[in-house]
Design a protein around this ligand. Structure first.
Ligand code: AMP
Ligand code: MN
Ligand code: MN
Length: 336
């Protein structure tokens, strides 16, 4: 179950790309509300296709065409088009960092309708959609899988491709801190840095640069966090929430809330951390993290979401407190 792609799957993915003509349309797609891994692995791979001579490559993601500020300067960002401008009937589709079709919105049909499709992913909860599956749950980021396919296609890493793959790797490993930070992760990072990219400069831009309003908003939302030491079978849970009104008051876009889980999950008294982020009236994007005692992907999957054992998410409905009540109950169920 935890095995990565087979030799046959790698060969099928290489064949899917090689059987595409240089002027054929190739559509790249990543998940809704894209993060550093989704955008970095997709754009890095797209640049690799350009190096191979493919001239008609577009990249997109479902929903509002909002690229989080830190990713707007990524190399290859010119490949990005809004969802309505994606190729209607591409020859080949490649999908990045998507565990299930629900994360593709209306673009799920584009994947299903395209005869040649390749899914590059690293979620254990991946549902197995698409034509060729390159899914490696042992990979720290989808960019590890993208690197594997690029090297099999004979694309050498250059600084632009490397910057994209590095951003993806650094974001999904929490800057090389999480449990998935293996020898091979550092070996890939070394190969990427060897192209001449500047990790310090990239990290400042991606992680350590935010508008003043985002800092004030973060302070307010952290200020209302609640610690429940008895939750999660006594392992403890810490949670907070942020509303659309909070965002509006500080003049901030929704993606600034995605970094909030990091300070919240640093609370020593709680194994589980939860951030409930309003996306519409009565609708919340829920981020779950565990330090190791609890498999939060089980909770997320039971609510129609997905993710990894220690980092997962789902869409919740009702009031924020009701969503937290649901998580509290599910944690107890999953532990008993
Ligand atoms: P996040 O908390 O948004 O950083 O997401 C943590 C992990 O959970 C990522 O691997 C996401 O792919 C996954 N995830 C988050 N929200 C959802 C969702 N609504 N459906 C499926 N997977 C999700
Ligand atoms: Mn992602
Ligand atoms: Mn990822």
């Amino acid at each position: 179950m935890t095995l990565g792609p087979s030799a046959g799957q790698w060969a099928a993915a290489v064949a899917a790309v090689r059987s595409t003509g240089p002027d054929d349309e190739i559509q790249l797609i990543c998940h809704v509300n894209p993060d550093g891994d989704a955008l970095g692995s997709m754009l890095g791979f797209g640049l690799g296709l350009r190096r191979l001579g493919y001239t008609r490559v577009r990249a997109t993601f479902p929903g509002d065409f909002v690229v989080p500020g830190p990713y707007r300067d990524l190399p290859g960002v010119d490949l990005l088009v809004p969802e309505p401008d994606a190729f209607a009937a591409p020859r080949l589709v490649l999908v990045f960092d998507v565990a299930s079709e629900s994360r593709l919105g209306a673009l799920a049909a584009r994947v299903a309708d395209t005869p040649a499709s390749v899914v590059l992913d690293h979620h254990a909860s991946n549902t197995g959609f698409g034509g060729v599956q390159l899914v490696d749950p042992r990979a720290a980021a989808t960019s590890v899988v993208a690197d594997g396919l690029l090297s099999r296609l004979g694309v050498p890493l250059d600084a632009e491709i490397a910057e994209c793959l590095y951003v993806a790797l650094a974001t999904d490993t929490g800057s090389f801190k999480f449990d998935m930070t293996t020898v091979s992760v550092h070996e890939l990072a070394a190969r990427l840095i060897a192209t001449g990219i500047r990790p310090g400069e990239i990290s400042r831009r991606i992680f350590d640069s935010k508008p003043f309003g985002a800092m004030k908003l973060t302070g307010e939302v952290i200020g209302r966090a609640v610690l429940e030491p008895d939750a999660a079978g006594g392992r403890g849970m810490v949670w907070t929430y942020a509303t659309l009104a909070d965002l509006a008051r500080h003049g901030q876009p929704p993606y600034v809330l995605d970094a909030l889980i990091d300070p919240v999950r640093s609370v020593a008294e709680a194994d589980v951390s939860v951030v409930v982020k309003q996306v519409a009236p009565g609708e919340w994007s829920v981020s779950l993290r565990s330090k190791g005692a609890v498999d939060v992907s089980g909770v997320a999957v039971s609510q129609g979401g997905g993710g990894h054992r220690l980092a997962a998410g789902f869409t919740g409905y009702g009031e924020a407190a009701e969503v937290v009540d649901t998580v509290r109950l599910l944690l107890d169920e999953h532990l008993n």
